[in-house]
Ligand binder design. Structure first.
Ligand SMILES: [Zn+2]
Ligand SMILES: [Zn+2]
Length: 366
């Protein structure tokens, strides 16, 4: 049976930003065919999409662990917010209706049957589909998502604030939860001025009650303090031991956790030295290029200080709902710049130079 929805207003084609020369920083604006949702799928009319550093990695083919190079014509993006425009057959059984506000995130589809899914960790599903790599992503006006896996988005949260919650928000929230920190604990955010970092600082300080130290380059100082950090440390002003000493000086005994939000192997190498007793390093930022082990992970020191290193990738469906709730209540404040679709290439160019503060969001109506 066909969809029960009047789709007379749906276009045949729509505007999309595509990777026209994967491996280089190049975006073409094209009109692509608006797809029909298949059984169990919904078509989402997207209003906003955040731009994440992972999109840049996929465009540039710098993520060594992905199974194949990115194809020409791929539409990137994985922080999409919009409204359900059409239901595929059987989709109503997932409880979604036309007009519902939903989001599409990094894991655009999960199998809900593999070992991580059965543990409630669908964000690391072994059979996941990555939006903007395996499936056409959210840098376009319409995209398909599974009816049972799109994320409900509160109506009162503006689209440009909602979109970054679907990757940066859920990723940093899940990482902060994994840190084992309680309110009042010291938490260091490495790479605190970037797209993940500012959200992590804000969530940690305002929503979760941590005492936050942000580390980054001097040009990011104001944005880090404005996002809620109690202290800023200029990464360039210290060597590796010096930066750890500075954290111990500020905290007394070292931090409860260090959340590494940057792609820098050096930042990972500095992190263990900042921890106090029983502290945890949470790995979030994905280093590009040849994989390297975390420097200075000396077993004797880790045994003596009972340190741990854990990995954290995005988050599950419940964490996505929780972080959207924090944002709706005004507890996640970070800089957002909203631009039109034709500015995506220059956003990526700025990202490559480390010039982006906070999050850039595409307004997909422009
Ligand atoms: Zn992302
Ligand atoms: Zn799974």
């Amino acid at each position: 049976m066909a969809s029960t929805i009047d789709d007379s207003n749906l276009p045949k084609t729509h505007k999309a930003c595509v990777y026209d020369k994967p491996g280089s920083c190049s975006i073409a604006i094209r009109h692509v065919e608006t797809p029909e949702p298949g059984p169990g799928e919904v078509l989402v009319r997207l209003t906003h999409s955040g731009v994440c550093h992972s999109d840049y990695g996929i465009m540039m083919n710098t993520w060594a662990h992905l199974p194949a190079p990115t194809e020409e014509g791929q539409v990137g993006g994985h922080e999409g917010v919009g409204f359900v425009a059409k239901l595929g057959d059987g989709s109503e059984r997932a409880g979604v209706k036309v007009g519902d506000r939903v989001g599409i995130k990094w894991v655009s589809a999960a199998c809900l049957a593999c070992p991580p899914c059965l543990e409630g960790m669908d964000g690391v599903c072994f059979n996941q589909k990555i939006s903007g790599y395996f499936t056409p992503g959210t840098f376009q006006q319409y995209a398909i998502g599974p009816a049972n896996y799109v994320t409900p988005v509160p109506d009162s949260l503006p689209g440009d604030l909602a979109a970054p919650m679907l990757c940066a928000g859920v990723t940093t929230y899940a990482a902060l939860k994994k840190s084992g920190a309680n309110s009042g604990h010291w938490v260091v955010i490495a790479g605190a001025g970037g797209g993940l970092g500012t959200v992590a600082v804000s969530l940690g300080a305002k929503a979760m009650g941590y005492r936050v130290i942000g580390i980054d380059t001097l040009s990011k100082k104001d944005v880090i303090l404005d996002s809620g950090a109690e202290h800023f440390i200029d990464v360039m002003a210290y060597d590796d031991d010096g930066i750890a000493n500075r954290v111990r000086e500020l905290t007394g005994h070292g931090a409860k956790a260090v959340i590494v939000c940057t792609q820098s192997n050096e930042a990972y190498g500095q992190a263990l030295g900042m921890l106090g007793f029983g502290g945890i390093v949470v790995c979030v930022g994905m280093p590009e290029g040849d994989p390297k082990p975390i420097a200075r992970s000396y077993p004797a020191a880790m045994v003596a200080k009972q340190s741990s290193i854990v990995g954290s990738a995005v988050g599950n469906r419940r964490e996505a709902a929780e972080v959207l709730d924090f944002a709706t209540r005004g507890l996640v404040k970070f800089p957002v710049k909203t631009v039109g679709m034709d500015e995506l290439q220059s956003v990526f160019e700025g990202m490559a130079k480390g010039e982006i503060r906070g999050r850039v969001v595409l307004d997909l109506s422009k």
